[in-house]
Design a protein around this ligand. Structure first.
Ligand SMILES: Cc1cc2nc3c(=O)[nH]c(=O)nc-3n(C[C@H](O)[C@H](O)[C@H](O)COP(=O)(O)O)c2cc1C
Length: 224
């Protein structure tokens, strides 16, 4: 029997399509392609959509909307394509300790229809018919040690936990101390030095990208 083509989706929750989060996702996508997946990248800020409106059509008994999001907006075709996903990777900058608002709205729309209010044998029932390896990639201005001091990991990993609950498997990857502007001389700042930022980027960002590449490859290789 012919082997089914593995499909991997990459979702960029940054408004910037060429910066840190996008680069991390592109690298993860290369890893996934290397492992044989057909890949698609989606930029959330290109899509006109809102978060879950709590209509509960996705929970309605004996309805064709049960298990799917009934909202008719530009995210609908994306969610329809993503129902074919074997691997899902979400990337977001950290905005005030959380993923961006667009990414949060997207997670609501992606996860709520697949999750249920049903429990069996102490387990939460989800409507997926297989484990879908997922991951979240977070990029942020703050350095790694400070990220731990301010307590970002438990906050950010709440999102990854939702993905693990709904899709059966999830990982988290961080890229810290990101370089934010193409020309620091044009902006007001004295919290950090451009030189330190550049040095850190030159010494670390390639490793972050490599970690993202390995993540993409690893998730595809987990698909049965
Ligand atoms: C509105 C806003 C809020 C931000 N809040 C935080 C924050 O709470 N912590 C942090 O480390 N970085 C914060 N940042 C910085 C971004 O997370 C960081 O620059 C990120 O790498 C940007 O991703 P991008 O280059 O893909 O757009 C913020 C940036 C913006 C624009």
């Amino acid at each position: 029997m012919e082997k089914k083509q593995i499909k991997a989706f990459f979702v960029n929750g940054s408004p910037r399509k060429k910066w840190n989060t996008a680069k991390m996702l592109e690298s993860a996508m290369k890893g996934a392609q290397e492992a044989g997946a057909e890949c698609e990248m989606v930029n959330l800020y290109d899509i006109d959509f809102k978060g879950c409106k709590s209509c509960f059509a996705c929970k309605l008994k004996n309805s064709k909307t049960n298990g799917v999001c009934a909202l008719k907006d530009d995210l609908r075709p994306v969610l329809e394509r993503m129902r074919e996903a074997d691997v899902i990777v979400l990337g977001s900058p950290v905005y005030y300790s959380y993923p961006t608002g667009e990414m949060r709205s997207f997670i609501e729309r992606l996860c709520f229809p697949v999750g249920t209010y049903l429990y069996e044998d102490g387990k939460h029932i989800t409507l997926r018919d297989k484990v879908i390896p997922t991951a979240m990639i977070f990029t942020m201005n703050c350095p790694e040690d400070y990220m731990k001091v301010v307590g970002y990991p438990p906050i950010l990993e709440e999102n990854t936990k939702v993905l693990a609950d709904i899709f059966g498997y999830s990982e988290t990857l961080y890229a810290c101390n990101t370089y934010q502007f193409s020309d620091y001389s044009r902006y007001d700042f004295n919290l950090f030095s451009e030189e330190d930022k550049r040095k850190y980027r030159d010494e670390h960002f390639d490793t972050d990208l490599k970690n993202a590449y390995e993540l993409g490859k690893r998730l595809v290789m987990k698909v049965n």
